[in-house]
Design a protein around this ligand. Sequence first.
Ligand code: NAP
Length: 291
Amino acid sequence: MIKKKILIQLDPDTHASVFDAVVAIDAGVDHLLQYRGVKPDQVRDLVHGAMFTRGPEDLHSTAVFVGGSDVAAGEALLKAVTECFFGPMRVSALLDANGANTTAAAAVLAAGDHVPLNGSTTLVLAATGPVGQRAVRLLAREGARVRVASRRRDRAEAVCEAVATLVDGADLESLETNSPETTAPALAGADIVIAAGAAGVELLPADVRRGYRSLRVAIDLNAVPPAGIAGVEVTDKAVERDGTVCYGAIGIGGRKMKIHKAAIRKLFERNDQVLDAEEVYAIGREQRELV
Ligand code: NAP
């Protein structure tokens, strides 16, 4: 008998994310079991309930999704989940707290639709947040030269150090960008800019962007006005502006949603997958190859 697909949603927030629940159901999950306010020391009993019920041959029909708004808390939960596993006794798990993995994957894939990432020069503005850090990681793995920007150089440097430990041969440069005067030189010679700043913060004025005709792709992930990249509309999806292909947050969001659903479906193919930024990106790339 084919077992129903059960997804266990672990969320550190007061309320389990409705967004994550809707996506799970739209992705074809039969039963969603939601746990909220979850702390790492509570994970073991929850995950053991998933591991010890259905028998090894059916473990691929049960999976774990770690979500919620706090990405660091989500990372701690995912670690606690994977520490429960031994031998064949495991279920697949996906981390997409605050949409960080799916958003970074969608942004980097969109950039790669227009510019070969290997050897490109990419500026990631506000690269210190969860989305920006993941974008840096994925770009570095693709062989891009990544300029890692923050309002504070030490924060940018910390991201470079963290990514360098994960990606052999990563080509990273830390930059301080906190004004049009400091952002302009960071953009010089860049092929791609990804603005990963907090909601409602302009990071790149329009006149600075227009000053660099070599810029081929501009991606703004902030959906809340004012735009992170002035002049890029939130709905832009490969819209050419001043010779640059532009994407806004909603323009990236469609692909992000497809990747999220595909990642949920992937969980139920096997019981031994841990889907974090790189794996989620690979799922997005598979989808691109299918189109
Ligand atoms: P975040 O952690 O809220 O912020 C990212 C970075 O923005 C911070 O590390 C900080 O960098 C910078 N920042 C914060 N406040 C600032 C201010 N007042 N002025 C200038 N810079 C400021 O963001 P995130 O969670 O990584 O998300 C990045 C963006 O993606 C957000 O706009 C988010 O809403 C969006 N998002 C979009 C989707 C989608 O589906 N399209 C999904 C998820 C997230 P420094 O302190 O180092 O400068």
